[in-house]
Design a protein around this ligand. Structure first.
Ligand SMILES: *Cc1c(COP(=O)(O)O)cnc(C)c1O
Length: 403
């Protein structure tokens, strides 16, 4: 049972306690520590009276029909709501669905959305190739814009200000409190993709209405499940998001939710270790002559560091490297090919390290993210940091041999 009232996000317990105890109490499961996998479509009732009562109350965490979720889904929803500091959470099939469902919930034909130039690529694709067909227009803005700058972009029909901080691939840190205040003044909803910030950025303390997570990343933590979450802090927002998710037929497998719950229990220690290793790797890279800039908000002097320090309590282990202007894309690809411990692939948040050259793969239309040199995105996993640095060192030797 989730009995939280609107805005009640101060729980008193620390992050690790919330990860350990969230989504366990009140689930009517006696005996075992973990909530079992509840599978099913049809729910049976003792009488029509009982069934009618259940269907009247579908916004509560009560069994109704498979698409409304089960104790397994609600356990995951509750632990995610706990770590995001919200009151209710809706689990959806993928992180991308957690982006598209709230956009559809808060936008209708004739309206306008403000999107950061650095948004997750498929979110841009959704705006340009789907929302446009519904007569919903998008303006992309420089993610480092200030309050006055964003206010100037508001139109009479702007109903959503979308944020993603730090941005995908280029890691611009947004001034979420200042930008959210403008949206509030203009009567628009604030949607934030908080996948990077996860618990280290508490969205509802900074004016956000809807917080999006790709649980696929650190919550799942093992690169073997896709899931998304949409967390809100008021009943009104909950009803809007829940209704749209239902209309669209969104559903997640209870087996996947169970795996994500298992991931959540150890996420705190994984993230602490990965944060530390990533900062060590980033600091080492920033001293290399091949590197022009390291885009890691937790690194002193890096872009966005001051806002990160003000608003975040930690950092995840995903960051970017910009190579010097005279280093060609094929040299960066040769380095990626030479790496033994960093896998070449998309996604992140798992236990394993990844390296992804991003030159030529990033779309920007509002003039942001122009760093000059070739770029590579690194995800630091749970390996020994000395081994990762040695691997990058030999990779850079290959890069230099190809110059
Ligand atoms: C990966 C990612 C998503 C989408 O998650 P999927 O589960 O892969 O669909 C959304 N936003 C950000 C910032 C991501 O990195």
């Amino acid at each position: 049972m989730n009995d939280k009232t609107d805005g009640a996000h101060e729980k008193g317990h620390g992050f690790f306690t919330r990860l350990s105890h969230g989504g366990r109490a009140g689930t009517n499961v006696r005996g075992f520590v973990n909530v079992p996998v509840h599978r099913g479509s049809t729910m049976l009732y003792a009488s029509m009276t009982e069934r009618t009562a259940a269907s009247l109350d579908r916004f509560e965490q009560k069994p109704h029909y498979g698409t409304g979720g089960s104790a397994t889904h609600w356990a995951l929803e509750n632990v995610v709501a706990e770590i995001e500091g919200g009151t209710r959470c809706q689990i959806v099939s993928t992180g991308l669905a957690a982006v598209t469902v709230p956009l559809l919930a808060y936008l209708k034909a004739g309206e306008h959305v403000l999107m950061p130039d650095s948004c997750y690529g498929p979110a841009r694709n959704f705006c340009d190739n789907f929302l446009n067909k519904m007569a919903i227009s998008t303006t992309y803005y420089d993610p480092t814009i200030d309050a006055a700058g964003v206010e100037a972009l508001f139109q009479a029909n702007t109903t959503v200000l979308y944020l993603e901080s730090p941005g995908s691939h280029t890691f611009e840190v947004q001034d979420v409190p200042a930008l959210s205040a403008v949206a509030r003044k203009r009567g628009a909803k604030v949607l934030l993709d908080n996948t990077w910030g996860i618990h280290y950025f508490q969205p509802f303390r900074h004016g956000v209405d809807v917080s999006i997570q790709a649980l696929t990343k650190y919550v799942v933590g093992h690169s073997d499940v896709l899931l998304g979450s949409i967390t809100v802090n008021t009943r009104e927002d909950w009803e809007r998001v829940r209704a749209t998710s239902g209309i669209l037929g969104q559903y997640a497998s209870p087996d996947d939710c169970w795996l994500a719950l298992r991931g959540a229990r150890t996420m705190g220690v994984r993230m602490e270790r990965q944060m530390k290793s990533a900062i060590d790797v980033a600091a080492w890279l920033s001293g290399r002559p091949e590197v022009k800039a390291v885009l890691h908000p937790a690194l002193p002097g890096a872009p966005g560091h001051d806002i990160w320090k003000r608003d975040f309590t930690g950092a995840c282990s995903l960051f970017g490297v910009v190579f010097r202007d005279d280093i060609a894309r094929e040299s960066v690809h040769a380095m990626a090919n030479a790496l033994q411990l960093f896998g070449k692939g998309a996604s992140w948040g798992g236990f394993e390290s990844l390296a992804l050259p991003t030159g030529g793969a990033i779309t920007r239309t509002a003039g942001s993210g122009a760093f000059g040199g070739e770029m590579m995105r690194l995800h630091v996993g749970l390996e020994d940091v000395e081994d990762l640095v040695a691997d990058l060192d030999q990779g850079l030797a290959v890069l230099n041999a190809r110059r």
